[in-house]
Ligand binder design. Structure first.
Ligand SMILES: Cc1cc2nc3c(=O)[nH]c(=O)nc-3n(C[C@H](O)[C@H](O)[C@H](O)COP(=O)(O)O)c2cc1C
Length: 274
């Protein structure tokens, strides 16, 4: 159907028939459960320990590629990064260094150390808070211009700090024409896709796990905003993408694993003064 004057009614349902309202109500915790059960105990059940320990390998995909270059430890004070962060939507042509990419990914969601429980179960300490330490936010990148790195679609292995190459090729035109509502965001040298492993969370939390997947992605997104700012880069998040198209390209089923947020990152566009 084509319409001359699109109305909001075509996009949004009436609030009283909204699936999100139903979902929210259906996934509220109840006080009955609280009487019988301490939330933290679930972490130590055998199934949950196994789920947590296997999380970093749950999506180990693509042919491995190490990132070259040193990890940059940005020197900008945290309060300055928070106060100067903003969404910037104009990118220069200059590509990113692999050091910048490493730094962005590691600070956004990398595993910084691994310890273990008394029984030997590994405990991964991530740079981002994440529900049940299940690392539900899987980070994918679409590389357009990163120094000496083949263009293509990669998955970030948060434990190894390396990439898995899923598809080699140039994906800018595809992003512009088929994926992004704001086509200018495809000018950035790097596109980051935050995908939620809701299926993993649901194994532990039931349907409430879906809420947690969205929140986990938000934490990774904020880390990316702050570290990009501290590195002097421009960044913006966008929820304006075609889910099916992106999920298909990343090899996600769109339910247990689904794209949740896209971020464009790069150097700022240089202003041309007249
Ligand atoms: C979850 C989320 C989705 C967003 N989606 C878009 C988007 O689709 N397009 C866009 O231009 N900006 C998007 N943004 C950026 C917001 O518009 C921006 O954060 C807001 O206007 C405040 O501006 P600031 O980030 O510069 O402080 C999004 C931000 C978040 C956190």
């Amino acid at each position: 159907m084509r319409v001359d004057e699109p109305s909001i009614d075509l996009i949004a349902r009436r609030w009283d028939e909204s699936p999100s309202d139903e979902f929210h109500v259906a996934t509220r915790n109840t006080s009955t459960v609280k009487r019988f059960y301490k939330a933290h105990e679930i972490h130590y059940s055998a199934e949950v320990k196994e789920l947590t320990a296997s999380a970093p390998d749950a999506m180990s995909v693509g042919s491995p590629r190490n990132l070259d270059g040193d990890l940059i430890e940005p020197s900008m004070p945290l309060s300055e990064a928070i106060k100067s962060r903003s969404s910037e939507r104009a990118f220069g042509e200059r590509g990113l260094s692999q050091s910048c990419l490493r730094s962005l990914l590691f600070h956004a969601s990398g595993v910084r150390t691994t310890t273990s429980l008394a029984d030997g179960t590994p405990v991964f300490r991530r740079n981002v808070a994440n529900s049940g330490n299940l690392g539900s936010c899987e980070v994918f990148i679409v590389v357009h211009e990163v120094q000496s790195l083949t263009s293509g679609i990669y998955h970030y292995d948060s434990l190894a700090g390396s990439l898995g190459l899923l598809k080699e090729g140039h994906f800018r035109t595809w992003l512009r024409e088929y994926v992004l509502y704001q086509t200018e965001l495809a000018d950035a040298p790097l596109t980051v896709v935050l995908a939620g492993a809701a299926g993993r969370l649901k194994q532990k939390y039931g349907d409430r796990g879906y809420r947690l997947a969205l929140i986990d992605a938000g934490h990774v997104s904020q880390n990316l905003y702050l570290v990009a700012t501290a590195l002097g880069l421009a960044i913006t998040a966008t929820a304006g993408f075609i889910d099916d198209e992106l999920d298909r390209a990343l090899g996600l089923d769109g339910l247990d694993y689904a794209s949740l947020l896209v971020m464009a990152v790069g150097h700022r566009a240089t202003l041309v003064r007249e």
